[in-house]
Structures are given as structure tokens and as C-alpha cells.
Design a protein around this ligand. Sequence first.
Ligand code: SF4
Ligand code: SF4
Length: 177
Amino acid sequence: MQTIIINKNFIKETAKKKEVENDAFRSFMKNMDGDMLDKTVQQLNETIAPQIDCTACGACCSHLMINVTVEECERLSAHLNIDAATFKQQYIEESLQGKMIINTIPCHFLEEKKCTVYAERFEECREFPHLHKSNFKGRLFGTLVHYALCPIIFNVIEELKLKIGFKDAGFANKVND
Ligand code: SF4
Ligand code: SF4
């Protein structure tokens, strides 16, 4: 296992340098077995995610559009002791089709990189960066879009490159050398 990298500037700069490499990596995985990839990514995630302190990061809460449900709004409004209509007015934007998102980025509930409603946070917040789920291949594009943002994704992807032989295949730019 490589050293875990959490320095956001380093990750951002490395991501710029690795754009071509990551495109090649995506192609490299195209014909690989999805179940094998899921298992490998899930194992890496289990090892890597606990070593990264999300409460010292908060990047997803500062950059992502979070979809929410009616039930989640009701639960959080009850937790905040305000009625659901007021909650929606203050914190939610609703499309004509009834799709709801948190109406600010960064999220209202983020304070100094920490979620102030952590126990009641929305499902999408709990699920990001989705590396514990199956169908990693189906989410590959979105995962790589957030490679520069999320240290968990960055480290899992870099380790995955080694695990499945991508670096040995001679594609990689040696940006860390
Ligand atoms: S509710 Fe909490 S976890 Fe979700 S985006 Fe807002 S601050 Fe982040
Ligand atoms: S961007 Fe990734 S590492 Fe940062 S808080 Fe979100 S899930 Fe955690």
C-alpha cells in the first residue's frame, strides 16, 4: 500500500498532471470483470477511507449538489425543530418536476469543514464517494470527475492502478517521482 495522500493542493496538482493517465486508466478497465473490480475497490475503500478524516476535509459538502427526499426534509426539519414548510423555504430548491436539492453550495449545514447535522444528514451525503457499492464500472466517469476533490477517491484510484496492473502496463505518467 502506498502512503495515503491527504494534501489537497498536491491532489489537485497531481490530478491536472494525470488527466491523460486517468483517461487511459478508464479505457484499461473497460473490459475488466465488474465483480472483480467491485471487490477490489471495496477492499481498498475499507482500508483507505478510515485513514482519511472527513471532518478535516468537507470538500464534498463544499462542492456537490445534494439531492434530497421529502422524508429526509421532514426528518431534518423535526431535528432542527422547525416546520417542514419553513425548512423547505430556507434550505431547499425544488424543480418543476418535484426534484429537490439543497439550495446552496457549500451546504448550509457545513461549519468549519464539519456537518452540523451529521446524524440526520441526507442519504446522498452518507453514500459519497460510493466506493462501498457494487457497479463501480457504471460509476467510473463520476468517480474520476471527483478524483481531484475527494482524497478517498484519489487514494483508492491510485492504489487500484497498482492492484490491477495498470502501472505495470506502462501507461502511467510518473508524476510522483
Ligand atoms: S448535510 Fe452535512 S454532510 Fe450533507 S452536504 Fe450538508 S454539511 Fe455535508
Ligand atoms: S470529499 Fe471525500 S474525504 Fe472529503 S469529506 Fe467528502 S468523502 Fe470525505
